[in-house]
Design a protein around this ligand. Sequence first.
Ligand code: GLN
Length: 536
Amino acid sequence: MKKKYIFVTGGVTSSLGKGIISASLGLLLKAVGYKVTIQKFDPYLNIDPGTMSPYEHGECYVTEDGAETDLDLGHYERFLGISTSQDNNVTTGRIYNNVISKERKGEFLGKTVQVIPHITDEIKNSFYKIGKNNSFEIIITEIGGCIGDIESLPFFEAVRQAKLDLKKSDFLNIHLTLIPYLSTSGELKTKPTQHSVKKLLEAGIQPDILVCRSEHKLGKEIKNKLALFCNVSKNSVIESIDAESIYDVPVLMREERLHEIVLENLNIKKKKPLRLSRWKRFLSNLHMSENKLKIAIIGKYVSLQDSYKSISESLIHAGANQNSKVDIQWILSEELKTQNLKKKLKNIDGIIVAPGFGVRGIEGKILAIEYVRKNKIPFFGICLGMQCACIEFSRNVLGYEIANSTEFDRETNHPVIDLMQEQKKIKNKGGTMRLGSYECFLEKGTQIYNSYKSTEIHERHRHRYEFNNSYKSEFNDHGMKTPGINPKLNLVETIELDDHPWFIGTQYHPEYRSRVLKPHPLFVSFVNKIKSIKNG
Ligand code: GLN
């Protein structure tokens, strides 16, 4: 079969959910038997989002191969149950970087290097690179940003050219827009979509399918009007109504027959009947669950909850698996003080201390950890969260009052968390952390082993600092175990307390591996413990 390319573009405004629509379509196409992958092209100049604050961009998602990527890749992995890689996320920065290094090597000798054709060729090569991998039949490409943005222009130009490169039935454009509702006149308005399609036509792209985000049902009349003005066939105007959960979207898209229209356009047939029974079972658990569990996420970026997207989604997956509704309480770490701690953590059934960088909010996290350690409230520390648990333990149990991470106090006499040896010589900030999947061995009979039921696991990392092995035996002797070890580098990957119902810290990020249909065992075990404590 020839590779099929679907380009998902957006108009009217950003944040309409191109990632969720792409992931939902990917899921439906996979369910009818196709091998699908999704890639995202982002128009900014950073080589990757690794150097951005979460406030700029939400979470930085890390792939198996250690790429720091856009959070939409998390949705792709969670919906489709696939693993993505560096090739699935390309930015303008990466494109220019590639072209400029080729120019320096002399690959364009004699030529003037220009946006068209050199930049657009590089973009197209990146579009097709993933398609060269024989494991995929359909490649969905999401173009970040909106039509009309100056910075996205070369991407749209490359999409236009791709249409010429590919056979008609191998190329498809789905354009996602907004149909706003004017409450004063009680009307849905099509004009912004008409303008957005005009802009797309100016770039030389005629959309094949329109997906229209809307608060209300569109109705036949509006759909027909959109079809007429935007030059698409009537059955190719799809409504995407606001949903209770992002996980409802695949079912709504199925009802709108999005996958059928896509298959017709690509001139291919279903390989097997579409069944979403497992997905629907997940949805009914998600919507019916009665046990309400209050789990706090303590972090410094909580005012933008997208900063912790994979963690909150992992809790949703694990909650549905455990017939429980997880009610996430967002707590800003720097607001936690001795005086208000009890009040802030009142009625909380479990806490997650989130990953992060920099000293702001650290002392609040440490106070919260002391509280849940002493009050036997389930605790899950992820990356920086684990490091804070080690600092708390050394200060309050081992009695080293000034213990710290050298990230926050370079001169501390008790650096329980310290820079890895190989990190000490690194100067550049971009892409230089310990990134991607590493092996970890778990000791049998421990809390962490009981969660995974395996002695050998692989988890993804994103950090520079590590547990300092010179404190290991002292920790172990005083009740803090270190049962998860990286076998090659002898690094501590997990910690846990002997005398506590559920107190686990991981240097790695388990949240990147949770899937809708395969919730992560650690999150499941955490939610299960909270549920059983709550239900007595
Ligand atoms: N700042 C810490 C480090 O670099 C933790 C990073 C994280 O939580 N991802 O090691």
